[in-house]
Structures are given as C-alpha cells and as structure tokens.
Ligand binder design. Sequence first.
Ligand SMILES: [Zn+2]
Length: 67
Amino acid sequence: MDLTPHATRFPSCGGCQKPCSTTHEYCERTVRDLPILGRAVRLSVLLRRVGCRDCGKRMEAVSWLDR
Ligand SMILES: [Zn+2]
C-alpha cells in the first residue's frame, strides 16, 4: 500500500504544525499498522522534510501517523 502526500497541500512542520513552503527532500517510511482482518498491514509513506522558519529542518507533520 503506497501513500503519497497530496501535491496541492503544503506540508506542515512536525514541530509547530505551521505550514511550511520549503520542502528539502522526500523520505520513504514503512509503517507497520494494526492488523486488519488478521493480516498485518504495512504502509509505505512518502514523508517530506520541511524547512520551518521557527524549528529548522523537521519532518512534516502527519496527523494520522502515530510516532
Ligand atoms: Zn516549526
């Protein structure tokens, strides 16, 4: 399962949640999610590293992703 960020939406800073306009690089993360119907689900997520004016370089905030 592949998830890619919405191109029309600015990423938000993982530190202060403010939208950032600068994307430094893309970074793929594999996330193990809860088993669904007895099968473990692995999500492949493309995260962006953003440049925040306040926090510097941060991973983007992903609201549905737990740490
Ligand atoms: Zn920030």
